[in-house]
Ligand binder design. Structure first.
Ligand SMILES: Cc1ncc(COP(=O)(O)O)c(C=O)c1O
Length: 439
């Protein structure tokens, strides 16, 4: 085994090459140490992290309060299976979530990841409604295990690994920049009506759930138009289905509110969570109204590690940190960042659209000389997005690249990031765009 104190980037990459499948090559920046919004690799290079380990370390890498809470809990009890041995961190976190979640969302099931949260929520919806079918959105992302993968609306994630779950259909997303329903006229809540058509044409009207992200993350930071989410819930209820809002990526302050649904004034029937919940310790959850949650009787669902006490203790500290300024910072820095990105949109033809909420911002890059699908907007330019992200990495800045067309730069830094750090990121993006356009 290698000595991690003396390991170099090359050595750690060689280990990965030999002992891990080559999946890791997509997004690689080796990390030895991380703190706040900074990552240090094994060769001593520092990076400003504008992606938070895929939108996870919301209160900053190795946040002191979270580390202390986890350490304290490690000395009390690490594991007892939280469904066999009720323990304080799990009970406290469940009680806290009943307060943090809106309306009458009350009871939480804990698991270990986002995909498990989605899987469990689907099972709960079926058990509660007695119905089978699930509707999700084209271009949406809900995970990579076979149930959640069925909901994920992008064949790139399924290629060579189908079949997935039966009885899943997809409707158009509220992708206002490239909406195929309303084109240049701009999206409204009426865009949700496509969901009705999909139910009418592609299902047996035996719908258990509609599952949507309130802001689509992997799909390219897609923010729905006003009223859209409410309309989706009305459609779900009109078909005796529940609305599952997947806040795995958007929850825990990411959008400048505790939940993204807080922007849209909607109380879903089930709310899935993971990523930022414990600031990097593995934990997932879904919270439902009691009436719905109680459809899971004894033995209906379980997870050996789900609701691990150490992860739950870390989650409680994370929530405190969010309320101690991180959400407020996400809101104010997010507003500043959105205005700066809008300036980039105005200044560069290759920036098709800047969009987002809080510190979940995206820049959709395009080829202004070519038409996009059905001529609705300029063609997506994924090569440009990769080139810009490579230039940024060379310049010590990590951003994500996503979107259905892989052409959206994703800025999702720790919510504790400061203005000077954001200024550095924005000016590096401007520089990288200038360099690419000049080529
Ligand atoms: C909205 C959403 N749901 C579910 C998942 C799956 O989460 P995990 O990778 O923890 O399984 C993700 C991951 O990106 C996500 O963004």
């Amino acid at each position: 085994m290698a000595d991690s104190t003396t390991l170099s980037n090359t050595e750690v990459e060689a280990q990965y090459d030999e002992y891990l499948p080559p999946i890791w090559k997509q997004l690689h920046v080796p990390v030895k140490h991380a703190s706040g919004a900074t990552i240090e690799d094994f060769d001593g290079n520092e990076y400003l992290d504008a992606f938070s380990g895929i939108s996870v370390t919301n209160v900053g890498h190795t946040n002191d309060a979270v580390v202390d809470a986890a350490k304290d809990q490690l000395e009390d009890v690490i594991h007892g299976c939280s469904y066999v041995h009720p323990n304080a961190p799990v009970g406290d976190l469940a009680e806290r979530l009943a307060t943090e979640t809106p309306g009458d969302l009350q009871k939480t099931f804990f698991c270990n990841s986002g995909t498990e949260a989605v899987e469990g929520a689907i099972k709960l919806a079926r058990k509660y409604t007695g119905n089978t079918e699930i509707l999700a959105l084209e271009m949406g992302f809900h995970g990579r295990t076979l149930g959640s993968l069925a909901l994920t609306g992008n064949s790139a994630y399924k290629n060579g690994m189908a079949p997935t779950l039966n009885d899943v259909v997809h409707a158009e997303p509220p992708y206002t920049y490239r909406c195929l329903s309303c084109g240049d006229e701009g999206c409204t809540a009426d865009c949700a009506d496509h969901i009705e058509r999909v139910i009418g044409t592609q299902t047996a009207d035996d719908l258990a759930a509609i599952v949507v992200e309130p802001v689509m993350g992997e799909g390219g930071i897609i923010v729905p138009p006003e009223g859209w989410l409410k309309r989706v819930q009305e459609i779900a209820h009109a078909h005796d289905a529940v609305l599952i809002v997947d806040e795995v990526q958007t929850g825990y302050g990411r959008t400048g509110e505790f939940w993204a649904i807080d922007h849209f004034d909607v109380v879903p029937d089930v709310l899935t969570q993971a990523k930022g919940i414990a600031n990097g310790l593995p934990l997932g959850a879904f919270t439902a109204r009691s009436e719905i949650a109680d459809a899971f009787g004894s033995g209906d669902h379980l997870s050996t590690f789900g609701g691990n006490p150490v992860a739950c203790a870390a989650a409680l500290a994370t929530i405190d940190e969010l309320h101690n300024g991180a959400i407020e910072n996400a809101r104010t820095q997010g507003e500043w960042l959105a205005a700066e990105l809008a300036e980039l949109e105005a200044a560069f033809d290759v920036v098709g659209q800047a969009r987002g909420l809080g510190l979940m911002q995206g820049l959709e890059l395009v080829d202004p000389t070519a038409e996009g699908p059905r001529g609705v907007a300029p063609a997506p330019d994924s090569k440009l997005a990769t080139n810009v992200s490579d230039r940024l990495r060379e310049n010590g800045i990590i951003v994500g690249v996503g979107g259905y067309y892989s052409n959206v730069l994703r800025l999702q830094p720790p919510l504790t990031i400061d203005r000077a750090q954001l200024e550095r990121i924005v000016s590096a993006i401007r520089e990288a765009l200038n360099a690419e356009v000049d080529q």
